[in-house]
Ligand binder design. Structure first.
Ligand code: ZN
Length: 139
């Protein structure tokens, strides 16, 4: 079951500059920076009332975030992530409902979460991530 919004992923050119914005202008506190090699991104997290803002800076030119920034040079909202208690069941359910899956089986994201994406062509234009909490040493 999907129970809540886990985080909102925001593509940025510079993690350093955008962290300053969130800290200085909005008063948030960065919880930490983590590189996710498989997704070719560096991430920074802010906890906003239990929902996280996930900033994503590409670490390589063929990162999906680098491609997004080519089309959206100022950055922008990249994806919305929903927290699932059983990612395999929720993926199967979405597939049964006719949704195209980008990931048929989960990959490992930041904080060792299991993550999988639904294709925006099936989700009314929103790149949608389903994630399930993993075993993470930092929480
Ligand atoms: Zn995400």
């Amino acid at each position: 079951m999907i129970s809540k919004i886990d985080h909102i992923g925001i593509a940025v050119k510079s993690l350093e500059d955008s962290i300053k914005y969130y800290e200085n202008a909005l008063g948030f506190k960065c919880e930490g920076v983590e590189e996710v090699a498989e997704q070719k991104v560096k991430t920074a997290f802010f906890n906003v009332g239990g929902v996280h803002i996930e900033l994503l800076e590409p670490t390589s030119e063929d990162s999906p975030i680098a491609k997004y920034l080519e089309k959206n040079p100022h950055g922008g909202v990249h994806h919305v992530a929903f927290n699932s208690g059983d990612i395999m069941a929720d993926l199967a359910h979405a597939k049964e409902a006719g949704v195209a899956l980008i990931n048929e089986t989960p990959k490992i994201g930041a904080h060792a979460k299991k993550i999988a994406f639904l294709h925006p062509k099936s989700t009314y234009g929103v790149l949608t991530e389903i994630c399930q909490d993993g075993e993470c040493a930092c929480h």
